[in-house]
Design a protein around this ligand. Structure first.
Ligand code: FAD
Length: 430
């Protein structure tokens, strides 16, 4: 019997899942991809709207108008589908959207996507096969544009719904007293409305730094407030650094951790996103779904008790598309039986042990899904166990080079262009 797989989301992760399922039609039926918007691309689908779509659902993408990728196309790509070689290394978001549309076309994914269809619930159901073996199937309930609800049964579910849509805003006591505008980068689209204003940007990771630079270019006075080590490289004129904002006074002034006090027209939270899976009942799956952590997940993908449900792309600080590509191939190898999993108890133990070790090393709870340097070994391990080609070493080496360039030249690193010379070597192009 061919296995039926539901894929939730037609962003990069969902398209990658569909592409690999479609290449294994001896084991799998063509997938059903549920997509709540009317386009593929997820995050890369820029939408000037903020708030809600016409159907009342919240706008998914956090993309802003002038965003350029922070990874060069040479490492950002799916390893089996390069970007157009004529393009520069760092791309405007429209090019990534075009790339994903091309991927979709090349692998003939489009006919398998149900657009404007929201997955509302995913529930495990125990069943006994003819051979007396017990296994889980999944009841997936979705609603189409006319509001018509449908429940279908699948053998497996890939959760590819993304995690950059639900703003995370840390508590700042007294914030209700702030007299200006408060917003999150999720609803930031372009800089012009902030021209001439004083803006406190909270958070200095990728978006915080990028948005600060955009704001400074249109003449905003930016205070980049963050708890990371002070950047020692020169920031563009118009941006100054400060310690984290810790409170807002009754008169609306902002208190910073170092004791300084300031005022501003705008407070912009660039403080990341929360995990939210409205269609899942964590307790039913033996999972704790918190704002910054989903646990326990074996190999950062499956609830040990339900290893036919896969979260693709959950980890943070990764090279996303190559990571999705590895996770999807591993998941399919689990489903087609080429990878045998340990027992439920062993998987649970392993995850809990790993998390405990990280906590003992001082990793905060909200950072437990940050992968950074561990991502390479993780991807290699998945490839080795499931028997698919590992990521070429050049992906890591160029990724790390760009990571460093970004820290030192946050304003200019995107001017560089690279070329892959071999599986192990890249070069800078003049
Ligand atoms: P998404 O792209 O979010 O796609 C999820 C899809 O699921 C969406 O289409 C959504 O509509 C759909 N969906 C959600 N819930 C449901 C539901 N209940 N029913 C049906 N459909 C549903 N990565 C890089 O590699 N390079 C970069 O330069 C880079 N820059 C970024 C900049 C920003 C501002 C952000 C937010 C992210 C950036 N990323 C970057 C990370 C980026 O999110 C990933 O590269 C990748 O696009 C994530 O893909 P995804 O499929 O996991 O999620």
């Amino acid at each position: 019997m061919l296995q039926r797989v539901a894929v939730i989301g037609a962003g990069a992760a969902g398209l990658c899942a569909a592409r690999h399922i479609l290449s294994r039609l001896n084991s799998f039926a063509p997938p059903v991809v549920f997509e709540l918007t009317d386009k593929v691309g997820g995050t890369w689908c820029y939408d000037e709207r903020v708030g809600t779509y016409d159907n009342g659902l919240p706008v998914h993408s956090s993309m802003y108008r002038d965003l350029k990728t922070n990874l060069p196309k040479e490492v950002m790509m799916f390893p089996d589908y390069p970007f157009d070689p004529k393009l520069n290394s760092f791309l405007p978001h429209q090019e990534v959207q075009r790339y994903l549309e091309g991927y979709c076309q090349s692998y003939n994914i489009l006919p398998h996507i149900r657009f404007n269809t929201v997955v509302e619930s995913v529930k495990p159901v125990g069943m006994t096969t003819e051979g007396g073996e017990s296994r889980t199937t999944w009841k997936v309930t979705s609603s189409d544009p006319s509001g018509h609800r449908k429940t279908e049964t699948f053998d497996s579910v890939f959760v590819c719904s993304g995690h950059y849509s639900h703003p995370h805003t840390p508590d700042i006591p007294g914030i209700e007293n702030f007299k200006g505008k408060v917003l999150h980068s999720h609803v930031y689209r372009y800089a012009e409305p902030f021209s001439g204003q004083s803006v406190v940007v909270l958070g200095a990771k990728a978006s915080g730094l990028d948005i600060s630079i955009e704001l400074a270019k249109v003449g905003a006075q930016v205070t980049l407030s963050h708890g990371r080590p002070r950047f020692t490289f020169p920031l563009p004129p118009g941006i100054r650094q400060s310690s984290p904002a810790v409170a807002v006074d009754e008169d609306g002034s902002i208190h910073f951790q170092d004791g300084s006090v300031g005022t501003a027209d705008v407070l912009m939270f660039c403080t990341g996103y929360n995990f939210k899976y409205q269609f899942l009942d964590g307790a039913e799956l033996g999972l704790e779904i918190q704002d910054q952590l989903v646990s326990p997940l074996y190999r950062f993908m499956m609830p040990p008790a339900f290893p036919s449900l896969f979260f693709i792309g959950l980890c943070k600080m990764i090279c996303p598309f190559p990571n999705f590509n590895c996770q999807v191939q591993f998941a399919l190898a689990v489903l087609d039986g080429s990878v045998t999993l340990p027992s439920v108890a062993q998987m649970e133990d392993e995850v809990r042990r790993e998390l405990k070790e990280k906590v003992e090393q001082g990793v905060q709870q909200r950072h437990l899904l940050i992968m950074e340097q561990n991502q390479w070994e993780y991807c290699q391990t998945l490839a080795r166990i499931a028997g698919f080609p590992p990521l070429a070493p050049v992906v890591r080496s160029l990724y790390e080079e760009v990571w460093w360039q970004r820290r030192v030249h946050p304003e200019n690193y995107r001017r560089l262009n690279y070329r892959l010379v071999s599986d192990t070597q890249w070069e800078l192009i003049e």
